[in-house]
Design a protein around this ligand. Structure first.
Ligand code: LLP
Length: 411
């Protein structure tokens, strides 16, 4: 999962730091991230796609300290909201490396991004073109845009995270995209600079990228012939990662092998927007066993992390590998590992073979660095977890555990 995750004498260490000691010092549930892993992943993308701009998809993990680590390796940011813009800026990302997608950008969000002069707006509808043009004009700026096209490719992943199919709400229809480009050309406060697409997330097979990029390159050629100056080809994110022990997340290099041959003669700079493949396996969630319950048909291991802390199993039926933080060499059982929340969907793992645990033991839920904390909520008035970053041989808190006062403060 992560080359910096090791077992020594039955105990788990991340970048040499004992996870048990972190749990004891900061309490649980606790998100822990490895900076070296994030750095390695950005480097791997930069090596595979030399000359490309890697815009880390902040939605995967928006902690500004995590963004800073990616930025220090040269990454820009892919954002989908005003809040993410502020997170990226706080993480030290240069606005000239920020791209902004999203089907429902609001006027204040667009104004903020226009004022900051971000690299490019990935526009998703005709209405948005008009609104952005009006805002840019009013603020005396030019907004650089790409149009997000929907290449109608099946990414063969979970339907909730397939975004590039015709029936989905994202982007503009591929067949009629040229009309939007022609329209945008008439809007004098917009400058057309790119083409954008994103087909989905957690792609374990890179072949759907080929179809999408072929289409986008076809559009690039047609637009160039019509005199458009396309400087950026943004092919989105979506590379899958290892969740199950038998999975193998494709490397940026494999993606490059699929995509780069299609770009012959293309002069535009390539942009990628990886999120999960940067931070997913950089992080894990530590939780403590509260109770054990033997029911007639099942064992339940009840832990202190619930669907409010990590919602992926509940909403996508996602698999996250779970291991004891400290193995005591006990026998294995098949159990459901569940949280304290009042819903049957509140589980971290089902019918999972795991070492027999006792009250007070800690577990680590792996591959939780992306769409983990980022999707956490206060459901059941539960404070969101603390986050710790391990970097350069030491560790520090990068987000405090929330207090009840904070959640209950309603004015
Ligand atoms: N670019 C755009 C326009 C996107 O919509 C996304 C993800 C990305 C880039 C980054 O994709 P990644 O490289 O992380 O696959 N909550 C879901 C994932 C939702 C992904 C949404 N868009 C999950 O937990 O699996």
């Amino acid at each position: 999962y992560n080359p910096y995750l090791e077992v020594k004498d039955g105990e788990l260490y991340l970048e040499g730091v004992s996870l048990k000691s972190l749990a004891q010092e900061f309490g649980t549930p606790l998100y822990v991230y490895s900076a070296s892993y994030i750095r390695d992943r950005i480097k791997a993308y930069k090596e595979a796609f030399s000359g490309a701009l890697i815009c880390y998809a902040v939605k995967a993990n928006f902690n500004p300290e995590v963004i800073r680590v990616a930025g220090e390796e040269g990454a820009g940011a892919d954002i989908v909201s005003g809040g993410e813009l502020l997170a990226a800026l706080k993480g030290g990302i240069d606005p000239a490396k920020i791209v902004y997608a999203g089907v429902g950008k609001t006027v204040p969000e667009l104004e903020l991004a226009v004022e900051k002069e971000i690299l490019m707006f990935n526009v998703e509808s005709r209405d948005e073109l008009y609104v952005l043009d009006e805002i840019a004009g009013r603020l005396g700026k030019k907004a650089r845009i790409a149009i997000r096209v929907n290449p109608d490719v099946d990414p063969k992943t979970h339907p909730y995270i397939s975004t590039g199919m015709k029936k989905s709400k994202f982007g503009v229809n591929f067949e009629t995209a040229k009309e939007e480009y022609r329209l945008a050309r008439e809007l004098k406060n917009l400058e057309i600079v790119g083409i954008h697409c994103h087909i989905g997330s957690q792609l374990l097979d890179v072949s759907p990228y080929r179809e999408a990029v072929e289409k986008v390159v076809g559009l690039y050629r047609e637009l160039t012939e019509e005199g458009f100056e396309i400087r950026y080809l943004d092919i989105g994110g979506g590379l899958g990662i290892k969740y199950k022990p038998e999975d193998r997340g494709p490397s940026p290099h494999e993606l490059a092998k699929e995509v780069l041959p299609l770009l012959e003669g293309v002069e535009a700079q390539l942009i990628l927007e990886p999120g999960r493949s940067i931070t997913g396996n950089a992080g894990l969630l530590i939780s403590q066993v509260q109770f054990l319950k033997d029911k007639e048909i099942k064992h339940f291991i009840i832990v202190d992390a619930g669907m409010n802390d990590l919602v992926r199993p509940a909403i996508y039926d996602a698999y996250h590998h779970v291991v004891p933080v400290e193995s005591k060499g006990r026998e294995h059982i098949i159990a459901d590992i569940v949280g304290p929340i009042c819903e049957t969907g509140d589980f971290l793992a089902r019918d999972r073979r795991i070492e027999w645990l006792e009250r007070g033991d800690y577990i680590a839920v792996l591959s939780a660095g992306a769409y983990g904390f980022a999707m956490a909520s206060h459901y059941n008035v539960r404070p969101r977890p603390a986050e710790v970053l391990i970097e350069n041989g030491s560790y520090r808190l990068i987000r405090k555990r929330e207090s009840y006062e904070y959640i209950l403060n309603t004015i």
